[in-house]
Design a protein around this ligand. Structure first.
Ligand code: TXA
Ligand code: MG
Length: 356
């Protein structure tokens, strides 16, 4: 299959006639059962018709994803929610009011309109109403319901640029819409509203504190920042149980005081270079010039969580591009957006963490 890439200017207020025609073409590809990758405000998604079981099968095949790992259905109008979800609690509408369109996914009971292939056999459905204008227009031209996991091969970091979608999906999908770098860089927060109190299954840009301003009570899946096996408990979002976001090199997260982390990592990389490894360090700006390794990448300044979130996945992929075999990463604070950052980093490391 030949994968076509079309560019759409992300910052422009209006689509040109050409851009609009490209989005219409993309929409008709999805409506006729094909796959199109597109930008959202979180990460690039791999879109297919959410109401077509054949499209869901194609998405799993293109990603190399286990078919028990359900897809998120993306909508572009609030009134479409009741076509795919039923027994919707009042709280869901308050959440929609506060955070939609935006980087938040709700788990609700599904209607018969949604095929079980899309939901990985579950009788619940994940629904998201993205704020990205390219995504919104594409969803509309696709018939209103687009199933879209992150547009990476299963296990790889989610793509934050179209070039990384192409790296993983060239020849496997019909079209890629290149809308430049995404804004947030980490996938949406997932909130399960089929349980009481509602529970966060995946941390993201919308934090527990933000949700608690709208809901009286919000729980968090205990496995989110656990040691990887959830003390014997499986994460409730099926996708959270898989090793994920992983670069090809072996990644270790190092936690401790800034000085201890610096000394430990420099000692490790020196030893490993002697043993013939190609070493990499993922760090914040503060200590950047005091580290020694073959490849040193700064993800942002400590405290600038939004910057770190935006760069994290691209930096993980850059280590691969440079053939790094051993990577050490500084740990980050887990307050606010930091929880989502550490959740992704620890998963990328297969929960290999050194606490000093
Ligand atoms: O920001 C995002 O959410 C991106 C963009 C493209 O919208 N999408 C995304 O999709 O991250 P994906 O497929 O990579 O991750 C979806 C997660 C998986 O962990 C999956 O197991 C979980 O959502 N999920 C989907 N449906 C679910 C359900 N009914 N119950 C529990 N978890 C569900
Ligand atoms: Mg994903």
């Amino acid at each position: 299959m030949n994968t076509v890439t079309v560019k759409i200017r992300p910052e422009a207020e209006k689509f040109t006639a050409e851009e609009d025609a490209a989005l219409r073409r993309a929409g008709s590809i999805i409506q006729s059962g094909g796959l199109v990758a597109f930008p959202t405000e979180t990460v690039y998604g791999l879109g297919g018709d959410a109401l077509n079981r054949e499209s869901a099968r194609k998405i799993y095949a293109a990603k190399g994803r286990p078919s028990d790992n359900p897809l998120i259905v993306h909508i572009c109008r609030l009134e479409d929610l009741e076509k795919i979800a039923c027994r919707i609690p009042e709280e869901a509408f308050h959440i929609a009011d506060a955070f939609w369109p935006g980087p938040l996914t709700m788990i609700l009971h599904k209607t018969a309109l949604v095929p079980s292939e899309t939901t990985g056999g579950l009788d619940t459905v994940a629904v998201r109403f993205p704020s990205d204008r390219i995504a919104g227009r594409l969803i509309r031209y696709s018939g209103g319901f687009v199933a879209a996991p992150s547009a990476n091969r299963s296990g790889r970091p989610s793509p934050t640029y179209a070039k990384y979608v192409l790296q993983d999906m060239d020849g496997r999908i019909d079209m890629i819409i290149d809308g430049g770098q995404v804004g947030i860089g980490l996938e949406s927060t997932i909130l399960d509203l089929t349980v009481s109190p509602p529970q966060i299954l995946r941390p993201g840009y919308v934090t527990g504190e933000m949700l608690r301003k709208v809901l009286k009570e919000v729980d968090t899946d205990v496995t989110i920042l656990g040691d990887g096996d959830g003390d014997g408990q499986a994460p409730r979002a099926p996708g959270m149980k898989y090793r994920h976001y992983a670069p090809a090199g072996e990644l270790t997260v190092v936690e401790g005081s800034s000085g201890a982390v610096l000394a430990y990592i420099n000692r490790q990389t020196a030893e490993e270079e002697k043993a013939g490894e190609r070493t990499g360090i993922l760090c914040s700006g503060e200590n950047l010039c005091r580290y020694r390794a073959d490849v040193i990448k700064c993800v942002g300044s400590r405290g600038d969580d939004e910057g770190i979130a935006r760069h994290l996945f691209a930096v993980l992929r850059e280590f691969d591009d440079e053939g790094v075999t051993k990577i050490y990463a500084e740990a980050f604070d887990t307050a606010g957006l930091g929880q989502a950052i550490m959740n992704r980093l620890l998963k990328a490391a297969g929960h290999r963490i050194v606490k000093l």
